[in-house]
Design a binder for this molecule. Structure first.
Ligand code: BGC
Length: 801
């Protein structure tokens, strides 16, 4: 193994625990400060910390009151995973599903970091993001807001994003705790029945990873019930969070997820949001009385509620504020969700460069029989489908993007949205890239005018068909899709468009969707290439052009499985029954396919490149009671440089009841054409632990483990074994060589990697948080698209009823 190459790869993978949040105070110091402050507060003031001020009366989607006696300005809580909801002059970041599909620690971290810069500048104290719910079913409406179908990938992605968000002093909120994996019935008797082992190993694992390695300030409990009890009122779930997982922050309710005065409070919920009992009061002068608030003050004064519980919630809430140093010159909120015409500082900086990079890095090349990348020889291009163009009805049409767009789709719908400052449609990006090659671009964007589509395709050298499907949050229904998709078919005549183009000549299909779609046309001879681009945000058209023309060599990997048909997925939403049984345990997505020998259409982790890669010399070394280091030499056997995403799947010792191969590590590595790199991936002990539900504890099974290393869950190229023996009597487990070890100064308990040198370098334009330029009035965004928010606020009760 070439030692220099090892150094080149390993150094950027320096292990860190909480180093990204360098500016934060320690939990201990923050708790001590909070306790000291809480001791000075009256009962009324403590209650103020915990009770929201209602929906649409204040600037943010959630606010708590100021407490002048301690110089506490109150908290502004704001969505979303794609940026700052209901604001203007902000960036519209890629969907979290795209962020996860980069399989790049650095891009995940930077996504949080850059959103955090904008949130701080706007004076948002608490970001209502990221989402750690699981894509148990491909139809789940909010899957695009989360990180896919694997608990480990989800855990890494939310951890890195939280570290990035909190590096700016913003408090992150990990949500929705827990099992809010579908929209149907989420607030309407929706009850998930699950055993504790499955709950811990698959659904709580990402929350645990984030608590251990990033320390989110808060966690939002979810709408649904778990084993018969509302998640926000559920003492079992709260005990797991605060006692078993040692979460030191505060738990807030999802919006209107509180249904009683005392149950949540007694269970351990710390903050009630948004404060008004029912939705919505916009435009009225009367607030529907809140849960908690004055009633809680009475309940404390008459000893119905114990002071210890009150001090606990007050301390936890102030701990987040102190930990992020929001007591030291944190900007005041300077936007209003409901009156967008008020001051709207431009906080976008150069984040479009990152958004474009993630858009391209997350595009998954599913299939390519030589037609990509496009060159001058591709011939003139026909862009087919309304998804190729700027939406004629406006880029921000529909409150919370709650419409079936008549143009390109770059976000889903619901509270996970952000207003687009602009939206680069594929037509724009492709036209700009095609013109230097002398290629002409024609457009057939009427999805129901099949003769026009056929004519455009027949006249072109290559057709690029843009198709979509959409999903979102359950308070908006589009074409019978109640948040969750009612099926996996393409919308807007998409299948017919592909067939019509492919009947005339070579065709590339680009899919904008919140997850897997049916591809009945996949084997048509002229369907030469397919890209799953998902929901890339404001730079969508530039990002897809980068990939189509080869300016970026694709490296996105599927964070979910795509089946041949719906029965491949096994887990389904029971649309008729509010009680959902998670009886499959951990066997959903690729774990189900492996168990049942089902070959999917495209496997979890799959994604092609314009290069090709060979794997050799897989090895695993285990330090007793410490980490396992997996090493493999990867060669770029292609003609162009490219990133390979090296994936490590773990097989537990015989007799341990776990799926055969589970993702436990990955690294996205740039490898020059003809070059070989030694890749080293660390699996820390906590990634291997599983839950013992008899003893209510995490443990590491002893025995011989196998690591499978390769390019996807179904394309494993090498394997090695290692032994875990807690008495440390088994030989060997080689000590990793000095060159292969991680940063020796870093805590051993972490397996997270710092942003890669490449990722950091590409953002040199973005100044560090300490050197933030203050937005000025002269760079105010001036767009006409400001009308939807107030209207939406008025309509919200209808959606939510
Ligand atoms: C969503 C949350 C969101 C909240 C505030 C709820 O409907 O489930 O994710 O943060 O609204 O907008």
């Amino acid at each position: 193994m070439n030692i220099l190459a090892v150094l080149a790869i390993v150094t950027p993978l320096a292990v860190y625990a909480d180093l990204a949040n360098v500016n934060a105070r320690s939990w201990e110091e923050s708790i001590a400060l909070a306790q000291k402050t809480v001791a000075k507060l009256s009962v009324e003031e403590k209650v103020k910390l915990s009770t929201g001020l209602g929906w649409s009366y204040t600037q943010c989607v959630g606010n708590t009151a100021a407490i002048p006696s301690i110089n506490f300005p109150g908290l502004c809580l704001q969505d979303s995973p794609t940026g700052i909801r209901f604001a203007r002059n902000v960036s519209a970041f890629p969907a979290s599903l795209n962020v996860a599909s980069t399989f790049d620690h650095g891009l995940m971290y930077n996504n949080g970091r850059f959103m955090g810069e904008e949130l701080r500048d706007k004076g948002v104290n608490v970001h209502l993001s990221p989402v750690a719910n699981m894509m148990r079913t491909p139809q789940g409406g909010r899957g695009w807001e989360a990180q896919g179908a694997d608990p480990f990938l989800t855990g890494v992605s939310v951890t890195q994003q939280i570290n990035g968000i909190q590096s700016n002093g913003v408090q992150a909120t990990l949500k929705h705790y827990v099992l809010n994996d579908q929209e149907k019935f989420r607030q309407d008797r929706g009850d998930i029945i699950i055993d504790k082992k499955t709950l811990m190993d698959y659904y709580i694992r990402p929350f645990k990873m984030a608590i251990d390695h990033s320390g989110p300030a808060s966690i939002m409990c979810s709408y649904n019930s778990v084993n018969g009890v509302n998640a926000c009122d559920n003492p079992v779930l709260m005990k797991i969070l605060k006692e078993e997982l040692g979460f030191k922050g505060y738990v807030m309710s999802d919006w209107w997820a509180t249904h009683t005065e005392l149950d949540g409070l007694n269970a351990g919920m710390d903050m009630v949001m948004p404060g008004s009992k029912a939705c919505c009061d916009a435009g009225n002068s009367t607030v529907v009385p809140a849960w908690w608030g004055e009633t809680l003050v009475s309940n404390i004064n008459n000893s119905t509620v114990k002071m210890a519980r009150v001090d606990d919630f007050a301390t936890r809430i102030l701990t987040g504020w102190y930990r992020q140093r929001q007591d030291e010159n944190y900007p005041a909120t300077n936007f209003n969700s409901w009156f967008p015409e008020e001051v709207q500082l431009n906080v976008q900086r150069n984040h479009k460069a990152h958004i474009r990079e993630v858009g391209a890095a997350s595009a998954i090349l599913l299939k390519n029989s030589g037609v990509l990348p496009l060159t001058a020889k591709s011939g003139n291009l026909a862009l087919i489908g309304s998804d190729a163009i700027t939406p004629p009805s406006g880029i921000n049409a529909g409150g919370d993007h709650g419409v079936n767009p008549d143009g390109t789709l770059a976000q889903g719908w619901g509270s996970g949205t952000t207003n687009f400052p602009y939206l680069v449609a594929p037509q724009e990006g492709i036209t700009a890239a095609a013109s230097p090659l002398g290629l002409k671009v024609s457009v057939a964007s009427n999805n129901w005018d099949i003769p026009a589509v056929e004519a455009a395709a027949a006249a072109a050298g290559t057709s690029i068909v843009f198709v979509n499907a959409n999903s979102g949050e359950g308070y908006i229904t589009i074409d019978g899709n109640e948040g969750d998709r009612k099926n996996l078919t393409l919308w807007n005549n998409g299948d017919r468009l592909v067939e019509a183009a492919a009947a005339k000549g070579p065709t590339v299909v680009v899919i904008h969707a919140p997850g897997a779609v049916d591809m009945p046309w996949i084997n048509l001879p002229n369907v030469k290439a397919v890209i799953m681009a998902m929901l890339p945000g404001q730079e969508s058209g530039n990002a897809i052009a980068d990939v189509l023309f080869g300016a970026v060599n694709p490296s996105g990997r599927l964070p979910f499985t795509i089946g041949h048909n719906i029965t491949d997925y096994h887990t389904q939403i029971d649309m008729k029954n509010p009680i959902q049984h998670y009886s499959e345990g951990g066997y959903f997505d690729y774990r189900w396919n492996q168990k049942n020998n089902i070959a999917p259409l495209f496997a979890f982790g799959h994604g092609l490149s314009y290069a090709s890669f060979a794997y050799a010399n897989t090895a695993a070394t285990q330090v007793c009671k410490g980490s396992t280091k997996v090493q493999v030499d990867v060669s770029n056997t292609g003609a162009v440089d490219g990133h390979e995403v090296v994936q490590v799947y773990l097989g537990y010792p015989k007799g341990v009841d776990q799926p055969a191969k589970q993702l436990k590590g990955f690294s996205r590595v740039m490898i020059g054409a003809g070059k070989t790199e030694a890749v080293s991936i660390e699996i820390t002990p906590d990634f291997i632990q599983i839950y013992d539900d008899a003893k209510n504890t995490w443990f590491t099974p002893e025995g011989t483990y196998t690591v499978f290393v390769g390019a996807s869950s179904a394309d494993l190229r090498g394997e090695a074994t290692f032994v875990i023996d807690s008495a440390c009597t088994t030989a060997p487990t080689d000590e990793p060589s000095a060159s292969a070890s991680a940063d020796p100064t870093a805590p051993a308990s972490s397996g997270y990697v710092a942003p890669s040198a490449a990722a950091s370098a590409s953002y040199a334009a973005a100044p560090p948080a300490s050197a933030k330029p203050k937005p000025t009035a002269s760079n105010l965004y001036s767009s006409g698209e400001i009308a939807t928010v107030s209207l939406f606020a008025l309509l919200y009760p209808i959606f939510f009823a």
